[in-house]
Design a protein around this ligand. Structure first.
Ligand code: GLN
Length: 224
């Protein structure tokens, strides 16, 4: 079955992500409310303006919903402002969802006119030819926690990293036509959460029917 991936569509460059996901064979849906997150296997948090996105996340209730989605096995992929929102700590200080153990510095490469296309070097296990990303008022990862795996570097800076079911890119791979990062998200990160998500959905269904997990997982019991 095709993975179903939400793209947070509150603000920013969400349509380029939807296109990249579809080209990789996923079903992409726009997410603006917590309800629209239900049934998704993963969520992309696109670039934009992190301060505006934070405000919109709060007013829609998606800030809480995204945390719960992740705890229930959902995979997350943040690009640029999306990476800022997922970080444990933001410089200069700003609220965030605090889901990934990284410290991120906003606008670390300068202003809009200092934007550039960078050719990052993929690290093992990713490997392969240089990875092209656009850096637009991009953040820099200043600290990576012990559980964070660096996946690509540009001039000594980690620009792509993963922690469990969370992937972040400080640039924009969705704007260059290089689909490898979206493929990694779909086939490495989203698929890795499958078992956990299935279990969580089963537990949720049981909650709704006031049942316990044992009723559902032991078919022997139902047999007379
Ligand atoms: N500078 C923006 C911020 O801090 C991020 C820019 C982007 O997402 N392209 O939110």
């Amino acid at each position: 079955m095709k993975p179903r991936v939400g793209v947070l569509a509150l603000q920013g460059d969400f349509s380029a992500h939807a296109g990249a996901l579809q080209r990789c064979g996923a079903l992409s849906v726009e997410v603006r409310t917590p309800e629209e997150l239900h049934g998704c296997d993963g969520l992309v948090i696109p670039g934009g303006e992190s301060t505006t996105l934070l405000h919109l996340l709060r007013s829609s209730g998606l800030d809480e919903a995204i945390g719960e989605f992740h705890r229930g096995g959902g995979a997350l992929f943040g690009t640029c402002a999306g990476a800022i929102l997922l970080a444990r700590k933001v410089l200069p200080a700003q609220h965030s969802l605090r889901l990934m153990d990284v410290v991120v510095e906003r606008n670390s490469y300068g202003r809009q006119r200092e934007s550039f296309e960078g050719s990052a070097s993929p690290l093992p296990p990713l490997g392969g030819p240089p990875l092209s990303m656009l850096f637009i008022r991009a953040p820099r990862l200043r600290e990576l926690g012990a559980q964070v795996l660096p996946l690509a570097v540009l001039d000594g800076d980690v620009v792509l990293a993963r922690q469990g079911r969370i992937l972040v890119a400080t640039g924009h791979p969705e704007l260059t036509g290089d689909l490898r990062v979206h493929e990694l998200f779909l086939h490495g990160v989203v698929e890795a959460g499958d078992a956990l998500r299935n279990r969580y959905n089963r537990l949720k269904t049981n909650d709704i029917f006031g049942s316990t997990e044992a009723h559902v997982v032991s078919p022997n019991r139902a047999a007379p």
